[in-house]
Design a protein around this ligand. Sequence first.
Ligand code: BGP
Length: 459
Amino acid sequence: MKFPKGFLWGVATSAPQTEGHSLENGKSATTWDKWFSLKPEIFNENQGPATTNNTYEMYPEDIKLMKKLHITSYRTSISWARLLPDGEHLNQEAVTFYRNYFQEMLNNGIRPTVNLFHFDMPWWLMEKGGWENKEAITKFYFYAQTAFAQFGDLVTDWVTFNEPLVHIEMGYLSHYHYPAIVDFKKAVQVGYNTLMAHVMAVKAYRESNIRHSRIGIILNVTPAYARSNDPQDQTAQNVADLLLSKSFLDPAVHGVIPEELIQLLKKHQLLPETRKKDLDLIQQNTVDFIGINYYQPLRVKAPSNPRFPAKDTTDLFEQYEWPERRINPYRGWEIYPEALYDIAMIMKTQYSNIPWYVSENGMGVADELRYANKDGQINDQYRIDFIKEHLVQLHKGITQGSNCCGYHLWTFVDCWSWLNGYRNRYGLVSLDLDNNYKRTIKKSGFWYRDLIDHNGFEQ
Ligand code: BGP
């Protein structure tokens, strides 16, 4: 099974999950730093955002390792709070760090994909309401302009946001991201302001004089699979697709907010505050490519006890456990590679066959270090099998004409993950926090190198 010539084989991560030095070298606090200082006990094993794999100092070693494994694309992010600690003044140390980091990738034949926002809201802005406050849009526009001016010559693909739905759902409809409240109205406003911040960042990019790169957004979309053909389950599926897929995909690619979504929000008295010029801005600032993060499918059924107007998404659709599901025993998430084929077809048929790539996919394994052999190497055949199964489906979509141009595994070196700390490890390279951040390539790392060398694998 061969992938198209020039297919990107990469790995993905983010600044807050890898850099470390979380309150050092001029960086100001993010919501994660602040939350950890207030409530360390809610973080797995009390491990907070300072306990990363220390990429800030160790990136030259990591890039060498990537080169050794023949990786050609690396996706990470810039920390807003590091680059502009107070939102206005440039941190020169951050400029030097990121310029060296991106240059090191280029020197080693690795193409930098750089994202502007990966769940890491600066604390000074959160104190003013974060994405609830429209001022955040202007601040983000300035941040984007600054990043393009400082690093535009080095970056190959720019990304505005990683999974915007996650900070909305986890922060305003559940308790996994700060401010950890449930308020549907605020969630919609946060979503809308995030969308406008994305649009303004694309505008800033188009206004810059950068011509050699592209700009996109990374979304965690999966088609919603309905429990049955019952009309109520079908409605739930349609609503889930509107809220969780089309809400960002349609404006990003087609430059419009779906009318059906507007009507749904209106019916439930959830319409956000908007500005007159917004619709034109959305229409004028569409993206060049889409990144898709895919881990598990979304399975939905009609809500059991819907309230009206809806107080949260469970009044519109409920998630359900498909009886035939296969579970990743190490992480508890459903494994359903077929969704990648479905996504490929949706991108082809509903989104103008825009260039897209898998920007995250991977297998989390709890307490993985216990599988290490006496030399410290982890024999993670389960991860190799997981990747293979997903690539088979992706390949099928590409053969049928979907414009997918790459695959990025989450992640390279095991990294810190929000409230989960190091509970689930995903890397091709393991990390020993007790031994000076020692890196050891897992079996999957060598397998990934062979996959890249053959631009595919024997089935
Ligand atoms: C994605 C995020 C990543 C990463 C990954 C794994 O949604 O973009 O930042 O955390 O999920 O998640 P977890 O570590 O919770 O298993």
